[in-house]
Design a protein around this ligand. Structure first.
Ligand SMILES: Cc1cc2nc3c(=O)[nH]c(=O)nc-3n(C[C@H](O)[C@H](O)[C@H](O)COP(=O)(O)OP(=O)(O)OC[C@H]3O[C@@H](n4cnc5c(N)ncnc54)[C@H](O)[C@@H]3O)c2cc1C
Length: 508
């Protein structure tokens, strides 16, 4: 018998679980399938930037994420050195508090690993009504004008079931089988480097600063490697590169060799590290040529794979999941026309491009000085990329002239359409649930009521300044906290204006 769902999510990583949570919170019927028996056991993507925490705040999980990342409040230190006690080549960041983000957000950043964040996303997605099935993989997918037919197989029993969905979110990771099945190519650089991931327990004493996330990029004479502490006391991740071009493979790094490398990396020749997990992965920079084929949308690593230098892979997977969720929900509810779904690629693909470019420049600076980045667009300031990003699509009524910039300076947010609405103390909790009109004065209430959207008069000088409004002006903010349109000052026909704007940005 054929099962029905509105949205089938394939993959229960950060991208898939975020999509599931945000969809379920919008009341969408969502079925999520994951081929593994549970969520990720390896901490992999550690760290939630302020934008991710803002999305998590709106999803009601920010506190839990902060509780499982006690290091977050103490900051992040990033050092490029020859070894832990060796020569320091660059100190990229001394302490996370060096970042001044106060003009843009009141949210703190998190530092939790993927292994502890995914269970939180899962629990809340299920609580909101998502059905999640582990050890269940998608093995076939076809689509027509009305929906998608997917064949799922249970990995233990081998039993196959057929699901009919209105839409599919393909969050099936960097080697996305769905992407391949849809014939969507990728462009970029494969095999930039090959890494081992070695999780080990040891007491490194004062080599690593307690309480903070202490990230080292090691350019040791014998190897290049990353080394970072985790949320578990005395547990570290050591990630040395290996070189297939020199005939190396993970098999060439048996236990004793890894122990010797950890001793060299830490300058602790007598250390007895207890290795608890090893794995390997290929660092690549690949962008899918399209993020959509018909009713199927690529999310997270399925849409792009970025080098980990900058820690944006997991964060943008969350951002993709949240983005496609509100758009699918609006279309499924009939609030928006189907063309709203075209804005997913229009908005998220340029962000993926920017993140990949910036991570490649970081990789050259931190790990691989010989990496050729000559043809790559210059890196953006990391704060501006995270909080000052810009969307251009039909879901935004841009103001002319457009200066063409990818980001704006987060120390001086402008409130222009396409940019994040600054999350001030007075506005953060008004945002992130549905469309909202934030007003610098009266006059918009009846128009908003007629349009069926929330309206708040914010009596705060800072709000008016940061949102670029004079008395009587209003800013229309989307469910993802991005400004869709604004009237910098009062208008003659608020109801007519709002109707025209909503019809445009919702593709109605
Ligand atoms: C070792 C390692 C270290 C990393 N370190 C960092 C870091 O420090 N910072 C950072 O930001 N990022 C890091 N990343 C990248 C980060 O982990 C990814 O960007 C992030 O996990 C992407 O999430 P995702 O949901 O798109 O994909 P994934 O987490 O890969 O999830 C995809 C899921 O889909 C499932 N799946 C695949 N095919 C099917 C199918 N047919 N049916 C059902 N299920 C399927 C898979 O089992 C998997 O669970 C690292 C990655 C690795 C491998």
């Amino acid at each position: 018998m054929e099962e029905r769902t509105q949205v089938l999510v394939v993959g229960a990583g950060l991208g898939g679980l975020s999509a599931s949570l945000f969809l379920a919170r919008e009341g969408v019927d969502v079925l999520t399938v994951e081929r593994h028996a549970g969520t990720s056991v390896h901490s992999r993507a550690a760290g939630q930037n302020w934008r991710t925490m803002e999305l998590f705040h709106w999803a009601g999980i920010d506190r839990e994420v902060l509780e499982v990342s006690p290091r977050a409040s103490q900051g992040l230190r990033i050092t490029v050195a020859t070894s832990l006690a060796g020569r320091v080549l660059h100190r990229l960041l001394e302490d996370g508090s060096e970042y001044d983000i106060s003009a843009s957000t009141t949210m703190p950043a998190g530092m939790a690993g993927q292994d502890v964040v995914e269970p939180i996303l899962l629990a809340h997605a299920e609580k909101a009504g998502a059905r999640v099935r582990f050890r269940t993989e998608l093995v076939d997918l076809t689509q027509d004008d009305d929906g998608v037919t997917a064949t799922l197989r249970h990995r233990d029993s081998g039993e196959e079931t057929v699901v009919r969905a209105d839409y599919v979110v393909a969050a099936d990771g960097g080697r996305s089988g769905i992407r391949g099945r849809l014939g969507i190519g990728t462009t970029g650089m494969d095999a930039l480097s090959h890494c081992l991931g070695v999780v080990f327990d040891a007491d490194l004493g004062d080599r690593v600063r307690p309480g903070v996330t202490d990230l080292f990029y090691l350019q040791h004479p014998d190897f290049t490697a990353g080394l970072v502490n985790t949320d578990v006391p005395n547990r570290y991740v050591f990630a040395p590169d290996y070189f297939p071009a020199r005939g190396e493979s993970p098999a060439d790094f048996p236990h004793d060799r890894l122990v010797a490398m950890i001793r060299s990396a830490t300058d602790l020749p007598d250390l007895e590290p207890r290795i608890v997990w090893t794995g390997s992965w290929e660092v690549a920079a690949r962008l899918a040529d399209r993020f959509r084929e018909g009713r199927v949308f690529l999310v997270g690593d399925a849409a792009k794979v970025t080098p980990p230098t900058g820690g944006q892979g997991g964060n943008t997977a969350v951002g993709d999941g949240a983005d496609i969720a509100w758009k699918l929900a609006a279309v499924l509810r009939g609030d928006a026309g189907p063309a709203l779904l075209d804005t997913y690629e229009a908005e998220r693909r340029p962000i993926a491009r920017m993140i990949i470019d910036t991570s490649l420049h970081n990789m050259k600076q931190r790990m691989h000085p010989g990496l050729d980045v000559s043809g790559i667009t210059p890196a953006e300031d990391p704060l501006n990329a995270v909080l000052g990003f810009r969307y251009r699509s039909s879901a935004v009524l841009s103001e002319e002239p457009d200066d063409g910039a990818r980001v704006e300076d987060i120390h001086a947010p402008t409130g222009r359409p396409g940019f994040r609405a600054p999350g001030l103390a007075s506005t953060l909790d008004l945002l992130g649930r549905s469309w909202v009109l934030l007003c610098a004065g009266d006059g918009w209430g009846p128009a908003a009521a007629e349009a069926g959207i929330d309206c708040h008069v914010v009596d705060d000088q800072l709000f008016a300044a940061r949102y670029g409004l004079s008395t009587g002006g209003a800013s229309l903010v989307r469910p993802d906290g991005v400004v869709a349109w604004r009237a910098p000052m009062s208008v003659d026909d608020p109801a007519g204006e709002l109707r025209r704007v909503l019809d445009a940005v919702l593709s109605r």
